[in-house]
Design a protein around this ligand. Structure first.
Ligand code: ZN
Length: 265
């Protein structure tokens, strides 16, 4: 096990590799983010692809999901899933199962293992330790514009009475500003949505800018009332690490997907 300076631990078991968000796990929950290592899929899904929509063999995807769940220590049949649509809808997962179109889930106690799939977008794990309430949110640039992170925080507040200032958050590996150049539709949507767009956009030329997705999600969480000291960014770029991570921008439409999960044992 190795831990980076931000409290994200790299873990390997039986060839399967993943990260744990230690600042959240210290409260006794599971908060994990899969790598691409340790599965059975051939290129371009090699090897631990957990996404079913990219063209990989469903039997291999099922085996990869089973391997990851076993290694990371959660029950696959306890999973709650959503069909991610880059919006800000939040679903209340009272039990395992498929919840249709949404980009965030919340739960309490051991109702369900919350899961999302990503490959460049951010997965944001949320925890209210006192109320044993958890949340998980998928947010790329569209999710930032729609304020998916803020919607998940407000859902925890409105459903369980969570104080946003007492929440802990972990933002998983996602595409970094080093590798994420965006054009005018993205910059205009960001500028229309938030007052701090220039803090997360570094101009390249008149049209293009590099976009810091993790920082944008952090600022959305701060706007929602979280304390800076309780937000932990992995600081790992998906596109920069082909040995460990899938990247949609780098690999294209047939990219694999990584699973992020959070649960209360
Ligand atoms: Zn990069």
């Amino acid at each position: 096990m190795t831990m980076n300076e931000r409290g994200w631990c790299w873990q390997e078991l039986g060839g399967v590799g993943w990260w744990r968000a230690e600042p959240l796990e210290l409260f006794g929950v599971g908060a994990v983010f899969a790598s691409r290592r340790g599965g059975v899929s051939p290129p371009p899904y090699d090897t631990l692809n957990q996404g079913g929509s990219g063209g990989d063999d469903p039997r291999r995807v099922a085996e990869n999901r089973a391997r990851f769940a076993r290694a990371a220590g959660f029950a696959l049949d306890a999973s709650a899933r959503v069909r991610q649509v880059h919006g800000a809808a939040v679903c209340l997962a009272r039990a395992p199962g498929d919840y249709g179109e949404a980009d965030a889930l919340i739960a309490t106690g051991s109702d369900a293992v919350l899961t999302v799939l990503v490959a460049d977008c951010a997965a944001i794990q949320l925890l209210d330790p006192g109320r044993r309430a958890i949340g998980l949110c998928h947010a790329g640039w569209r999710g930032v514009v729609a304020d998916a992170p803020g919607a998940a925080v407000r859902a925890l507040r409105d459903t369980y009475g969570s104080d946003p200032g007492g929440l802990w958050a972990a933002v998983g590996p996602c595409i970094g500003a080093c590798c994420y150049e965006v054009d005018r539709p993205v910059t205009q949507a960001l500028r229309a949505a938030v007052p701090w767009a220039d803090a997360v956009l570094s101009p390249v030329d008149a049209i293009h800018a590099r976009f810091d997705l993790a920082e944008a999600n952090r600022l959305r969480l701060l706007d929602a009332g979280l304390e800076p000291s309780r937000i932990h960014l992995a600081g790992i770029c998906t596109a920069c690490h082909p040995d460990r991570l899938f990247s949609y921008r780098r690999d294209g439409r047939r990219s694999g997907r990584m699973l992020a999960a959070i649960w209360t044992p």
